[in-house]
Each structure stands twice: as structure tokens, then as C-alpha cells.
Design a protein around this ligand. Structure first.
Ligand code: RUB
Length: 314
């Protein structure tokens, strides 16, 4: 038994995509940090700080480009530097982890309620990949008695769209699965698009599942509102100070089985893409509906004085 067992287990579940989706991995990372503190035995405050840093590293390495994971784990560990005893340090991680899981789950509920008001009876909707926040909005509209129809993309290569169609069909929603390349053709029949977010930058750009920017382009062409459903902890404060969001590239075996193609064929498998702010009509958050241009102000308000720490020691 090692003190890092729980964080290692969570990290490998995230790495293997058993736990996936920005919100879920953030909550899983926060819970693992909380459990680490809860089960931590003995040692000194200094030792705990060092081990917590190692635990944090193990969690963040599991999906190194996931801003939500960074924010979730950071929310748990942020007060340890002010603790004056081991007990105080452990308690701060445990409480912050519980708080993060609770507030981030509540945020999903608020987004559902706010976003559902943007859906009218008879609407045809289009969604991409598998986003808890976006599906929350769609399921809430259905629960309110609105007659809706949903198109869901397959979302190659992981095919998260299969999770989406199962989830919506179990909720009793009329749902149709489409291949990713059918998006432009289906957009003509669509009233509104709802997608989730992996990350939102300070200038209002969206980073989400590969193909999201194609939905946005097709929506723009067809005059269909493109809505992003996201908790504000997916906003990336470091982008205010020049950081760019790294796009995760995953194994080529996810695209084509190893050995199934001639050896000289290369495979490129970026799993997220960037949607420019100009294609986004609204960002639906737990704080209300924002325009991409107001993301910076929300970040500044939420960070308060910490903004200067981030600027000076990113
Ligand atoms: C999932 C994805 C989702 C966002 C938002 O990608 O891009 O749209 O993470 O999800 P992956 P949520 O399957 O590679 O993690 O709203 O659940 O946080």
C-alpha cells in the first residue's frame, strides 16, 4: 500500500478514458485529492506538502492539457500554503475537495435551468460528443414538457456520441445519431446547437471535442445559434497572461487498428479543436448567459487579488 494508491487509480482511469468529460475529470481529481488528505497518515506538515505536490503531479499528468482538471485539483490544494499544522493542511484539502464537488455539481443544475429557457417547444437541436452540461440543458427542456428532437454526432474516434444517444433515449428524448460528416447537411434542419466546453480562454475562444469548430462554422453559415454550456471553472485564467491551451493528441490506435494500414501512412489524432469567439452566440454558465467578450471580466471578478499572483508567478 502506498500513500499515492488512490490518486494513481484515479489517474489511470482518467488516462484510459474510463473517467472522461471535463467536469467529471475535474470532480474525480478533486475527490482523489480529498481522499489523499483524508487517508494521509503521520508525517510532518512539510512532508505532507511535498507528498501532496507529488499526488497533484500524478493527477495532472493523467490528462495534461485538461484545464478543468488543473482547476479542480488547484481548488483543493490552494490553502495548504497558509496552514500552520498538518491537521489544518489536511482539513483544508478535504473541505475544499467537498466544496468543489458540491459547487461544480450545482453549477451543472443552474446551467440546465438557464439553458433550457433558450429552448422552445418544437425545437430541433444538435449536440456534439458527450457533455454533461449540454445534455443537462437538453434533458431539462424535455422535463419541462417541451417537444424536442435532437441530432447527436458520433464523435469519432472515441464515439462518445453513443453515450449521448443512450443517455437521451433513456430520458425519453427523440434522438438521432449522425456521423460527424453529416453535420453541415443536418444543420439545415436544426434550430439551435448546444455543446459543452473543455476550456474557454480569456478572449472567449472555445476548446472542445474535435469537430466542434466545424459545427460552429456550419451553424454560422445556416444562421443557427451556437450555444456553449460550461461551468466557469473551465475558464482558463492563465490565458489572460499569454498562455495558450495545448491541444491533446492521443494514440493513433484510436483512429485505425495498429497494423491495419501500410506502414508509411501517418495518423494524426488531435482530440480537441478551437472555435473562435466570433462563432459563439452565447456561453451559458452557472452565473448566467455570457457573451464571449465578457469572459475576461468574469475571470477578473472571480480571481480577485489572486490575479496578480498568477500574473507574477504563472
Ligand atoms: C469530452 C468533451 C466535452 C467536454 C465537456 O471530451 O469534449 O464536450 O469535456 O463535457 P472527452 P462536460 O470525452 O475527450 O473527455 O460538460 O461533461 O464537462
Amino acid at each position: 500500500m502506498s500513500v499515492f494508491d488512490t490518486v494513481r487509480d484515479t489517474a489511470s482511469e482518467i488516462k484510459d478514458m474510463k473517467i472522461r468529460g471535463a467536469g467529471r475529470i475535474a470532480r474525480a481529481g478533486a475527490s482523489a485529492a480529498g481522499e489523499f488528505a483524508e487517508t494521509y497518515k503521520g508525517g510532518s506538515l512539510e512532508e505532507f506538502r511535498k507528498d501532496l505536490e507529488t499526488a497533484r503531479g500524478i493527477l495532472l499528468e493523467s490528462r495534461p492539457t485538461a484545464v478543468s482538471l488543473w482547476n479542480g485539483v488547484q481548488a483543493c490544494t490552494k490553502d495548504v500554503c497558509n496552514a500552520s499544522s498538518l491537521e489544518e493542511a489536511k482539513e483544508s484539502v478535504i473541505c475544499n475537495a467537498r466544496l468543489f464537488v458540491e459547487t461544480s455539481s450545482k453549477a451543472v443544475e443552474f446551467i440546465a435551468r438557464i439553458g433550457a429557457r433558450r429552448i422552445s417547444d418544437g425545437d430541433v437541436l444538435l449536440t456534439h460528443c458527450n457533455s454533461t452540461a449540454a445534455l443537462g440543458v437538453i434533458k431539462k427542456a424535455h422535463a419541462q414538457g417541451k417537444d424536442i428532437k435532437v441530432y447527436a454526432t458520433e464523435s469519432r474516434p472515441w464515439r462518445q456520441g453513443l453515450l449521448t444517444v443512450r443517455e437521451l433515449s433513456e430520458a425519453g428524448i427523440d434522438v438521432t445519431l449522425i456521423v460527424d460528416s453529416a453535420v453541415r447537411s443536418v444543420m439545415r434542419k436544426t434550430d439551435r446547437v448546444f455543446v459543452g466546453a473543455d476550456t474557454v480562454t480569456s478572449n472567449g475562444e472555445l476548446i472542445n471535442k474535435i469537430g466542434t469548430s466545424q459545427l460552429a462554422l456550419a451553424a454560422d453559415e445556416a444562421g443557427v445559434p451556437f450555444n456553449v454550456c460550461t461551468e466557469t471553472y473551465k475558464f482558463s485564467p492563465l490565458t489572460m497572461f499569454g498562455d495558450t491551451v495545448a491541444i491533446e493528441e492521443r494514440d493513433c490506435g484510436e483512429v485505425a487498428e495498429k497494423g491495419s494500414l501500410p506502414e508509411n501512412v501517418r495518423i494524426y489524432n488531435p482530440v480537441f479543436d478551437v472555435t473562435p469567439a466570433k462563432y459563439i452566440n452565447s456561453i451559458i454558465t452557472e452565473l448566467g448567459i455570457l457573451s464571449p467578450g465578457s469572459v475576461y471580466d468574469v475571470m477578473v471578478r472571480q480571481l480577485g487579488e489572486d490575479i496578480f499572483k498568477m500574473r507574477d508567478n504563472p
